[in-house]
Design a protein around this ligand. Sequence first.
Ligand code: SPD
Length: 379
Amino acid sequence: MARDRDGRELNLLVQHPRSRIGRRAFLRVGALLGAAGLAGCTAERACKVQPGAVNRVPEQLLSIYNWSDYIDDRSIPAFQAHSGIRVSYDVYSSNDDLLAKMKSGRSQFDIIVPTNWFIPTYRRLGLIEPLPRELIPNLRNLDRAFVDTDYDPGNQYTVPWQWGTTGIGYNTAKVPGGKVDSWKALFDPAPQMSGHVSLLREASELINCALIYLGKNPNSTADADLAEVVSLIRSLKGRVSKFSSDTYIDELAKNQTWIAHGWSGDVFQAAERNRDIAYAIPKEGSLRWADVMCIPKGAPHPRNAALFMNYVLQPTVNSRISRYVSYGTPVTLAKALLPDEQLQDPTIYPPASVKLSVITPSGEKLQKWQAAYSSIIKA
Ligand code: SPD
């Protein structure tokens, strides 16, 4: 929390506290954050220069590219006030979009936040660089599960942002029986759901969850399995209203979508606005993932990026973000600062008994899933 010299909380809110940085809001917020940001280099701590990596371009700027609806309204203004670094914050809504942009080589971002599954691909393509870890002492605040990973052991390239699961958001007043517990509700929706069903607009998510519904390995690339997935989803034409990985939050909240393939925290955000919305991890199992901050290769401001990562790893900051977006925190001590209703919710922090898979979309596998996805979308 940003405070003035006398310890009073600085009022750095740039939006109504309940509003979120989604697609439409980010431009307006970005402009306001710019105006609010440089006011704060007053406290001694804010201006102290730490040794360590330097920026390639010597300026107090930081460009962050993160998922939409994935941060509270206070963390960026408070960081700007503490550090004197001005932040520009832009959003995307799928790994496919992010990867395509990074491959095009036309970006000047200092921080991007792909899903952990994609890290081997980013490494193979040389799209990210090692972190200046000397500037991120708060890495020690991470839960072991986010340090001893197979995608980046010891956090040489990545710092987790938040984590969650993929499942189904639904309207209890509209679905038959008022409850959903199976992928069948989504992939074989009741006729009265027609026109109110949405699927995630992300190749790996759509293909992998359909594979689970069909009783296959979620990591399968077998031609026969993928052909089954394609024909299943094509058969939903007329019943599925859209493919969305961002607007579905709003559409659930407004009773326009009744069953949505979605991500845990997003659905809880809709549920805060509409008490009929609930989230289920289907009994057949689902996917677990973490989105991780990385520095793109050759980024202009790697030092500022590391200072921001270190800031986000503070328990107070990470718990504030986690509480707001309703995703899981990777910071051990942040958990103690979360409300019980979030911490005890098994759909936010699922017990080990819940069947959750991790997918590994590397190289040829990703290409096969993307080809199957394209043939669905273009049909
Ligand atoms: N609105 C934020 C959504 C973050 C979802 N990231 C998870 C992607 C898993 N493929």
